[in-house]
Structures are given as structure tokens and as C-alpha cells.
Design a protein around this ligand. Structure first.
Ligand code: IMP
Length: 424
């Protein structure tokens, strides 16, 4: 069976970009299935660093086609900027990038509404990336969204924007006291966008299913992480889509029976950007040290990421709901200088030890993480490519994690570059 899925197992920023870049050497198609330009996938090679927000990282692999599935919400401005960046780097995009005709568009009013809503939430702001993601998905499910296919007919586009704007301007003005949007200018902007995006618009579900029949291998790329999933994450502090494995089927139109590999990307410690519960957070000098060593600043917004110890209770939960068949453990090198490393193995809740990840906020606020302490390796492991060359303490750390989760690790990242990797 030919579909592999790459999924963030924590709160995003696990280093999926590097792993997708690596695995895409062995596939024919890389397909993104959810989220939008809220994601930031960083890829480093030949001393260059690139951040992609929408286009799958496979675009830098010769002979690999890239799909942006129907489950993605597309910001036209971000999309065109990114196509331009990839082209400027000397890579072909036309004929290799396929954008679903069913994907929904992010409109300027989505960003405005999001901004106003976050202010309205007062102390309860989600801390979103400000990319209009939530309101775009709201429109999708309210059946008032504007899709890529609508760009193909100017009259339809005009009618749909006009209908939507009447409501949106009323909401902006009357509820949030925010400025109205100029409808005619907006229509003009999207008509212009249509000319640029036309060559890429495709029935991507048909394309993917035909490719599967032809025996091609697909790598499905999730954005964000499982604990940000709108159903399974730390609701309401989540994103508005499904980074978990089911999102791959609904966001691309590939059948679940075609999936044979579910690769959980696990950062060797935990991070979270934005607000919401984070049981193993280190809100102290140790957390600051991890942030500095791991360059833990958002690839999309530049915000400092909150840092903490690895949380196996949370990982066990995301492994369960995704059915990980293997793990890729990233950023192990970041732990190099530590005397001791802690791993959370259980939570204490109301005096009871539990291994279940509670889904409600009040319980998550009360859980006390229970740790085991392992000796650090205190030597720089950056760039090691051989399992046997890892210090015994590092191997013990990894073995503890994989034994606990009962899932093998096939890839260990020992640095940001493609070649700084152990493949098992
Ligand atoms: P939104 O996706 O912009 O609506 O933001 C909702 C939550 O998800 C916020 O806490 C964001 O910080 C978080 N988030 C969204 N995209 C990413 C990502 O790519 N990495 C990490 N966190 C993200």
C-alpha cells in the first residue's frame, strides 16, 4: 500500500519539514492535507535555510510532484509569494504543483475577523498565528466559504464575494467595531489572483487516486501537531483543522486502506507556541536554555516557543489516536549539554497516578507531571549519522521512549541539515 503519512505528535514545530524533505527522496508525490499558511516548515541544506508555509517540502526534490489538498485553506498572497520564492531558487513549479479545486480560500475578512475575535476574547485569546485560519474553516463548515474552483468563473466569484461581504462587513462593523472592507477592491484582487493560480488548479483527488492505481507512492504531510487537532487537541487552544491521521483522508480524498505508514514526528523535548495547557512546561532558566539551544522561535510568527520536558503521557495518547507505525525523533542534539534529562511518564490528578491524557482544560490545569530522571550525555552529538556512535546515555534515552510508546524509531535527527540524520 502506497501512502505514508507524516504527523506531528506534539503541538507542532516537531521538525516535520526536515523529515518530509528526507523521505520525499523515495516517493513520487508529496501532498499537504490541512492547515494553511499558519504552518512554517523549515528545511536546511548547503548552509541555506528555507521556510515553506503552504507548498510541501517535496518541491525541492527533483521528480517529485506536490499537491495542496482540498483540506488546506489557501491564502492567495502567501501562495503566490511562495511560488515566486521556489521559482527564484531555480525549481520548476508549473507541471509539478497541483492545487485542489475544492480547497477553500482565505479572504482578507478572515484575518480581520480573527484579529477582532482574539481581542474580544480578552484574557482567553487562543494566541493564533493571525493568518485567518479559524474564520476560513468556520466559513467552510457554515457553507459560505469561497473555493478555488469559484475563481474560474468571474460572475460566480463576484456573486459569492458580494453575498459573503454583506454579512462580514456587518459583523466587522456592528459587532467588533472594526473597519469595513472595500468590496470592489477585494473582487479585483481575487480576479487578478485567478490569472496567476489557473495553471495549478486540479482535481487533486482524481490525480492522487489515479497515481495510486499506477503504483505511485504518496507522502501525505500534516501541518501543526496532534495536540492542536480541533477534535483531539487541547480544545479550545487548538487550530481549526485535523492534523491527525483522519485529516489525511478527508483532506486529500485518499482511502484509509491505502495508508501503510504513519510516521509520528517526536521532538526530543516539548514545545508549544500560543496559549493553552502544557503540563511539562519549564517556565524557568532551564526552559530558556532549551529555547536558546533549540532556536525555538516560531517559523511563521517569530514568537518565542514555550519549552518543556518530553511528555510520554501526551505522546502515548497521540500515538494511540494516530496508530503510529514508526517514529522520527528530532532535535536530539539540542539536549547535548544537559547534566540530567527528565521524561514525564505519568500524571498525578487529584492524588491518583494516571497515564491517560485528560481532554478537559480543568483536569489538564491540575495534572502534576511525574518524571524519571536520566543522565545526560554531555557531549555534542550534532551530525552523528550512526546509531553506534551515539553515547550510551543518548541511546538509553531513545530506547526508553520507544519502549514506553511501543513504537520503533526509524529516523533520529541530530541536526537541522538533511545529512545530520541516523536512519535505522
Ligand atoms: P491558528 O492555527 O493560527 O488558528 O492558531 C491556533 C493555535 O495553533 C495557536 O496556538 C497557534 O500558535 C498554533 N499553531 C498554528 N500553526 C502552528 C504551527 O505550525 N506550529 C505550531 N503551532 C501552531
Amino acid at each position: 500500500m502506497p501512502v505514508s503519512v507524516v504527523i506531528g505528535s506534539q503541538w507542532g514545530d516537531e521538525g516535520k519539514g526536515k523529515i518530509v524533505d528526507l523521505i520525499s527522496q523515495d516517493v513520487d508525490i508529496v501532498a499537504r492535507y490541512q492547515g494553511g499558511a499558519n504552518a512554517g516548515h523549515t528545511i536546511c541544506w548547503e548552509d541555506k535555510t528555507f521556510v515553506l508555509h503552504l507548498i510541501p517540502s517535496g518541491i525541492f526534490q527533483e521528480g517529485v510532484d506536490c499537491v495542496i489538498g482540498n483540506g488546506v485553506v489557501i491564502d492567495p498572497v502567501a501562495m503566490m509569494q511562495e511560488i515566486g520564492m521556489v521559482r527564484d531558487l531555480g525549481y520548476d513549479v508549473e507541471g509539478r504543483l497541483f492545487i485542489s479545486h475544492n480547497a477553500h480560500l482565505i479572504m482578507p475578512y478572515h484575518k480581520r475577523i480573527e484579529e477582532a475575535r482574539e481581542k474580544f476574547r480578552d484574557g482567553g485569546a487562543i494566541g493564533t498565528t493571525g493568518r485567518g485560519i479559524g474564520p476560513a474553516y468556520v466559513d467552510k463548515f457554515a457553507r459560505t466559504g469561497i473555493r478555488v474552483v469559484d475563481l474560474l468563473d468571474r460572475d460566480v466569484l463576484r456573486k459569492k464575494i458580494l453575498a459573503s461581504m454583506e454579512e462580514k462587513n456587518a459583523i466587522l462593523e456592528k459587532i467588533y467595531g472594526a473597519e469595513k472592507i472595500d468590496v470592489e477592491a477585494l473582487i479585483e484582487e481575487y480576479v487578478e489572483f485567478d490569472k496567476l493560480i489557473d495553471p495549478y488548479i486540479t482535481d487533486t483527488t482524481e490525480f492522487l487516486c489515479r497515481s495510486l492505481k499506477e503504483g505511485k507512492r504518496i507522502l501525505a504531510e500534516g501541518a501543526q501537531g496532534s495536540l492542536l487537532d480541533v477534535d483531539f487537541g487541547t480544545y479550545p487552544f487548538v487550530t481549526s483543522s485535523h492534523p491527525t491521521v483522519g485529516g489525511c483522508c478527508t483532506g486529500l480524498g485518499v482511502p484509509p486502506t491505502a495508508i501503510d505508514r504513519v510516521i509520528g514526528i517526536v521532538k526530543a523535548y516539548s514545545t508549544r507556541v500560543g496559549n493553552g495547557p502544557f503540563p511539562t512546561e519549564l517556565d524557568n532558566a532551564q526552559g530558556e536554555e532549551l529555547r536558546k539551544t533549540g532556536h525555538e522561535f516560531g517559523a511563521t510568527t517569530g514568537r518565542p516557543r514555550r519549552c518543556g520536558w518530553l511528555d510520554l503521557v501526551a505522546l502515548n495518547y497521540t500515538s494511540m489516536i494516530n496508530g503510529f507505525t514508526e517514529l522520527a525523533i528530532t532535535k536530539l542534539d539540542v539536549l547535548s549539554n544537559l547534566e540530567e534529562i527528565k521524561i514525564c511518564t505519568d500524571y498525578k490528578l487529584n492524588g491518583k497516578t494516571i497515564r491517560r491524557f485528560p481532554s478537559d482544560l480543568p483536569s489538564l490545569a491540575l495534572v502534576e507531571p511525574q518524571y524519571i530522571t536520566m543522565p545526560g550525555w554531555k557531549t555534542d552529538i550534532t551530525g552523528i549519522t550512526d546509531w553506534d556512535a551515539l553515547p550510551i546515555e543518548a541511546r538509553n534515552y531513545l530506547n526508553f521512549v520507544t519502549n514506553y510508546l511501543e513504537v520503533p524509531a526509524h529516523i533520529i535527527a541530530t541536526g537541522p541539515k538533511r545529512e545530520q540524520t541516523i536512519v535505522l
